[in-house]
Every structure is written in C-alpha cells, then in structure tokens.
Design a protein around this ligand. Structure first.
Ligand SMILES: [Mg+2]
Length: 184
C-alpha cells in the first residue's frame, strides 16, 4: 500500500505534449489562479537563452486570463535570472525540487492558495513529485529538446519506468486544447 501511495505521487493530474497544448481556460474554470513553471525543457530548451515569441505570447495570454506566474528552477546559473527578468516573471532558483520549500516560497510570492496553484514541468521526479507532495495540481509536459545534465539522464531512465506505467493506465500526452481529463 505504501508503495502504491508513493507511485501515485509520481502521477500528474494532466499530461500534455507542450505548454502550448495546455487548456488554460479549463484551469481557470476549476479555480486555478497561479502557475509555477519549470524553466529548462519546459518553457525553453535547456542551455538556450532565446525566449521565443510563441512563449511570450503564451505567457501574455495566461496573464490576461488571470494567471500569476512564477518560475521555479533547480538551476542556479545567472542565465536563469536573466531569462526570468526578460520574461518579467518572479523566480525561485536553486529550488531543490522535489523539496516542498521552493513551491511554498513561490506560492507566497504569488499570494495564492495551494489549491489554486498549478505546477507545470517536464520531469516526474522533480516537478510532478514536488508538486504532488505540496498538494498542487500537476501538469507534466514532454521535455523540449535540450542537452541534459548527467543526473537528469539517469532520472530519465527511471522516468521511463513510470511513463510505461502511465501508458498502461492509458495516460498519454494530449495535444491541443482539449478539456483535461481526470486521471484518477
Ligand atoms: Mg525541466
């Protein structure tokens, strides 16, 4: 039973091909007000600094329909700070996800409640696990292409075990802004 409980913490509430497929209107309709977004391979490819027009438009639209957004990144290099500044978003760096501390910090920055907060990220063992441990709504996205550090590549192998389990439960990434399903 304990095993099952741990596994459940690895399951996202939703799974999309990219942030652009996420149904933001649905999230608003269920009372969500804040987005905690991972940076590397979620918003932009790792080791890139370019913030695309598509990303800026997505952030603009999300803010327009009422979302407050905070970047929470395990990365600590100057690059992360520069990107957050360019995107005009608050940042929690060196987050040590899946630790709950950074998520709580982001929630207090955004001045919202836990139950109004969505976590979006590309990694099960940091973004999804940390978000679920903090009682937040979690959305997994397929990672953007970017060179990954060694530890992440190891984590990916373990992730594949979980992803295969998800597939068996018919939880597969969705394309397009379709209504989110309840995965439970
Ligand atoms: Mg990431």
């Amino acid at each position: 039973m304990v095993k099952k409980r741990i596994f459940n913490k690895l399951i996202p509430d939703d799974y999309y091909h990219s942030i652009y497929d996420i149904d933001l209107d649905y999230l608003v309709s269920i009372g969500m007000k804040g987005i905690i977004a991972d940076l590397d391979n979620t918003l932009i490819p790792r080791q890139q600094n370019h913030t695309s027009e598509q990303l800026q438009e997505w952030l603009f639209r999300a803010k327009k329909i009422g979302f407050q957004i905070c970047i929470v990144s395990n990365n600590w290099k100057n690059r992360v700070g520069a990107i957050a500044k360019k995107l005009e978003l608050p940042l929690v760096a060196r987050a040590k996800k899946p630790s709950k501390i950074a998520f709580n910090k982001a929630i207090s920055i955004l001045k919202i409640k836990e139950e109004q907060t969505v976590v979006i990220g590309d990694q099960i063992f940091t973004d999804v696990l940390g978000g679920n441990r903090s009682g937040l709504y979690t959305i997994l996205v397929v990672p953007l292409d970017g060179k990954e550090v060694f530890a992440t590549r190891i984590a990916r192998k373990l992730e594949n075990v979980v992803l295969n389990q998800l597939k068996e439960r018919n939880i597969i990434p969705k394309r397009g802004a379709s209504r989110a399903h309840d995965l439970n």
